[in-house]
Design a protein around this ligand. Sequence first.
Ligand SMILES: *Cc1c(COP(=O)(O)O)cnc(C)c1O
Length: 385
Amino acid sequence: MTPVPFIDLAAMASEVWPEIEPDFLACLLDGRYIGGPAVTSFERDWAAYCGADHAVGVANGTDALQLSLTALGLGGGDEVVVPANTFIATAAAVVRAGASPRFADVSDDTLLMTPRTLAEAITSRTRAVIVVHLFGQIPDMTGLLAVARQAGITVIEDAAQAHGAEWDGRRAGSFGEAACFSFYPAKNLGAFGDAGAVVTSRPELADRIRSLANHGRSHGGSHYEHDRLGANSRLDALQAILLSAKLARLETWNERRIAVASRYRELLSRTEFAGSELKQTDVAPLARHVYHLFVVRVARRDSVRAELARRSIQTGVHYPVPCHLQPPLLRFADRPLPVAERAACELLSLPMFPHMTDGQVEFVCEALRDALRITTTRSALINVK
Ligand SMILES: *Cc1c(COP(=O)(O)O)cnc(C)c1O
């Protein structure tokens, strides 16, 4: 049995290496390793791709979120709504910025925040919302922006999983005051280490974030004069060279992810899965889902995963514990969030990467069908006893 990995980063690296090798060497010999022309050029291309005016390269996606919150003046005592089902960095950035996360439940169908769950979470202390485009899908932005406008709160996008995702023809990064991207290796656009960016169409906000990410230096100021206290969170030139080469392939790779997802959906909708307790997640008609992850829901998830692992298929769980129930965030949990809590026990991420073959998708679906039969039969026998 040939193993099916969860993701294949080396396949992407091999595709771009011949192209970037001379640029890597030129950069190494040039000696400008942090910032510089390669970074400026990637920032310009990345902003244009997202449909925004400015991009600021930073060290990672978590910093992108924290720096955006700080630059927008969000801090002490302010509440920022975040969905309960997201990577912990979304909520951690809020706490690190000195604000308090206020958790919102998610839709049972898309697993994303909805205008209703946002409205329910807003209090008199709420000043912002971080909308997370989880798994590669942008939630109902039309509705979310309307609720935020009505409440007078700022919208920030956590687009770490949504490079190239669209809502009603507009790309991730073009909706919020600021949009935060991660280029962690496994993301749809990944560096060969940690990297990130903030995208915005407000020039003064871009300047403030650039300064905060660079020890509080001002644009055009001297190296040792500081307008404010900042962090050290910058993008390296080598990462920018790699990201630019990968950006040229992002649309092709996203299209391939979408094709892999359609094949999964088609196979998983067949009669052999009827009555199997497998549930697919929905995609809104206005959304272009770019499938950072392909997530389904199953009962007895951990047994199903173990059966898949026995068949050499690597899977993931995003995420096994909702944010509000993580020990360091429990103090911000003030009410049950039933949809996110139930989903956390059922979510299963199947292998998904641009170089995945149709044969691999078929193999995973056959194995999943067998795994579901085995775990269902077993639990029925246990129940009889
Ligand atoms: C990856 C990720 C982040 C954090 O990005 P890093 O670059 O790892 O710091 C934040 N939010 C979400 C939803 C993510 O998937």
